[in-house]
Write a protein that binds this ligand. Structure first.
Ligand code: TRP
Length: 460
């Protein structure tokens, strides 16, 4: 098989770091807590964790495997592998689905990353210390999101940095940056956890996250069954682990031949989940201790953590450090969101890496306007009772990523030759772990995702 990608991680560790860089981001610290808050806590968390273990982990293995063996952009990898397995060329559409999903996600991801950038200055300049009431901090957030010009500036800065890094190629600085950034983020999170434990309602936060109340989850209005929470928890598992759109596939394509797929993916999934749970354990105690509502929506993190930073000693420094690290974590995720598109454009041979990055970067930047206006000028414009940002987020996380995920599962478990699969995993077909994995991919995952989809469109 031809190998289109010459670049490789320096080692298995290089891949683990890059994949953690992709997985850990706004999804863990911004999105997971606010979704948990909106869907009532414990039941959402447990379903999320089940999705991570039973779907996320096996699909991540499948996706890395596809990348490692396909050795190209998602489009080319799927084309190569379909040919090898004697399947239809149409499988490259799966690569396309990913390219488009990544582009859509990045268009709003960059806007949110812009918010975190703004919070770096806000913390450093002491704004949170001088306005340390929940109401004042909330209005800082509302002022930010109601100012399209300023949002545009922040979004542009973030996209520009993303483009510059991507133009130079992902591997160069990424391994080194992530090696320092993730441990640093972790240290600040542990510090924040210590603060959260010191708040009067720490245990309320813990109960909110881990007491499982399926009644409230499935009957949000007390009467009618709704399975929407399951769809959202599943979508969030895909989103947080960066699955279903080829990001992990491209990174897998840079994996050294002798690396262990099972071990590396388990480490990545564990680290990602740990950060999300920590974020929840920090945020909810602050919510309850300050009389706030857990279902504040997209502003939740931005309205809670500043309270903590405003109160703690050296809060200005820790606050700006935290938001800077979060911006960097978002950057290392953003890179993986459009690497599939760039890798594809470069492969077509029509353009060099730098121009490919600029073209796709500008397109993403432009689409970001839609999200910016969703928070102000166009906030009343709704389809299916969602504004444009919510709609893009809903369609990508809850439909495109899981759809990409099942297609990958089906391709690996039903269509690839099992010798090829086992040889990539370096196991025998009798290996027990392999058999469980294969069973999940073959039956459980396609069935479960289909049921959740059917439920979401109201079929049962
Ligand atoms: N996982 C990242 C986060 O949690 C976001 C992300 C990066 C992503 N690459 C992705 C989401 C690919 C979906 C698909 O912030």
């Amino acid at each position: 098989m031809t190998t289109n990608i010459q670049n490789q991680w320096s080692s298995q560790m290089g891949f683990i770091l890059a994949a953690i860089g992709s997985a850990v981001g706004l999804g863990n610290i911004w999105k997971f807590p606010y979704l948990t808050g909106e869907y009532g806590g414990g039941a959402f968390v447990i379903i999320y964790l089940i999705c991570v273990v039973l779907m996320g982990l096996p699909i991540m293995m499948a996706e890395v495997l596809l990348g490692k063996r396909g050795a190209g952009s998602p489009v080319a990898s799927m084309r190569n592998l379909a040919k090898e397995a004697g399947q239809s060329r149409l499988w490259q559409l799966l690569g396309w689905l990913g390219v488009i999903a990544g582009f859509l996600v990045l268009s709003y991801y960059s806007v949110i990353a812009g918010w975190t950038l703004d919070y770096v200055w806000n913390s450093a300049s002491g704004t949170f210390a001088t306005n340390n009431t929940p109401a004042a901090i909330k209005s800082i957030f509302t002022d930010l999101t109601s100012n399209p010009t300023y949002l545009l500036i922040l979004h542009s800065i973030f996209m520009l940095v993303t483009i510059i890094i991507l133009a130079r190629g992902v591997q160069g600085g990424l391994e080194r940056a992530v090696k320092f950034m993730i441990p640093a983020l972790f240290v600040v999170l542990i510090m924040l956890l210590a603060y959260a434990i010191s708040t009067p309602k720490f245990m309320d936060g813990v109960h909110f996250m881990f007491d499982i109340n399926f009644n409230k989850f499935f009957y949000p209005d007390g009467e009618n069954f709704s399975g929407k929470g399951i769809l959202v928890a599943m979508g969030q598992a895909f989103f947080s682990l960066s699955l279903g759109m080829g990001a992990i596939m491209v990174y897998g394509a840079y994996l050294p031949k002798d690396a262990s797929i099972a071990k590396t993916t388990a480490i990545v999934a564990f680290a990602d989940t740990l950060v999300a749970i920590l974020a929840g354990l920090i945020i909810f105690p602050i919510v309850f201790s300050n009389g706030l509502e857990p279902n504040a929506g997209v502003g939740l993190v931005f309205q809670t953590l500043p309270i903590a930073f405003g109160q703690m000693p050296f809060g200005n420094i820790f606050g700006s450090l935290f938001f800077l690290l979060l911006t960097l974590a978002a950057l290392s995720s953003a890179i993986s969101l459009i690497e599939p598109a760039i890798a594809w454009l470069v492969e077509t041979g029509k353009c060099a890496r730098v121009s490919a990055t600029i073209v796709i970067g500008i397109a993403t930047w432009l689409l970001g306007f839609v999200t910016i206006f969703s928070f102000n000028e166009w906030s009343e414009f709704k389809l299916f009772s969602m504004n444009m940002f919510e709609l893009i987020d809903y369609v990508t996380s809850n439909i495109m990523l899981p759809l990409g995920g099942i297609l990958m599962a089906i391709f690996v478990a039903w269509l690839m030759k099992s010798e090829d699969v086992t040889s990539e995993l370096k196991v025998s077909a009798q290996n027990f772990g392999y058999q469980i994995w294969n069973f999940l991919l073959r039956y459980i995952i396609p069935l479960a995702v289909t049921l959740v989809f059917l439920n979401a469109i109201g079929i049962f």
